[in-house]
Design a protein around this ligand. Structure first.
Ligand code: FE2
Length: 201
């Protein structure tokens, strides 16, 4: 398997940023293992990129804001190189915990993982963009997850209060925990890294 320089450069920058901002020891372990798994390239998808309307409207602004944090600027720059090849998608399943405007006001981009730029089953590395005033539905999944937040916006774990990690904030979602996010007056932009533990399935 051969990986493009653009994707490799993004992954290198993503590792530096996740490593720099992850404080939870469980995130740190997860990130170390996830990026070690990424040393072995997966299959590259060849389809052309696809943006959703929310990307056209808010991605440029979100990237500009994210890059104002010096610890995120390199990852943002490398992300711009791969983004045109990405296929942004709507989340197909959601319930009434989501805001009414949810569907057309969000986009998920998978970089490495199912349907990603690099197709693989052992991890999911991707990003979510939401327009202002949008609530993502409650959801849960078996893999543990580390977020790297690149904007304003609030997050929720289980039935705890909403919290705002801020630009460069990072937090850990244990396997199976219910979680959600919502934007305020500004777009929400956040990367997520999920490691599938083979022994847990
Ligand atoms: Fe999640």
């Amino acid at each position: 398997m051969v990986r493009s320089d653009a994707l490799q450069n993004f992954l290198d920058a993503a590792f530096v940023a996740f490593d720099r901002f992850a404080t939870d020891i469980r995130s740190r372990n997860s990130i170390m293992q996830l990026f070690a798994q990424l040393d072995v390239p997966g299959e590259t998808r060849t389809s052309t990129g696809k943006r959703l309307p929310v990307c056209e409207r808010f991605l440029g602004n979100a990237l500009e804001t994210a890059a104002t944090n010096p610890g995120l600027a390199r990852m943002v720059a490398r992300f711009k190189d791969i983004e045109p090849s990405m296929e942004w998608k709507w989340r197909s399943t959601y319930d009434n915990s989501a805001s009414e405007n949810f569907l057309v006001s969000h986009a998920n981009g998978m970089i490495a993982g199912p349907g990603g730029l690099e197709e693989r089953k052992d991890l999911w590395l991707g990003v979510t963009l939401m327009a202002p005033r949008v609530r993502y539905p409650d959801h849960k999944h078996a893999p543990e997850e580390t977020y790297l937040v690149m904007s304003e916006g609030e997050f929720k774990q289980a039935d705890n209060d909403w919290f705002a990690p801020g630009l460069g904030g990072s937090f850990y979602n244990p396997p199976g925990i219910k979680h959600a996010m919502r934007s305020g007056n500004r777009p929400l932009f956040a990367f997520w890294a999920l490691r599938l533990d083979e022994t847990r399935h």
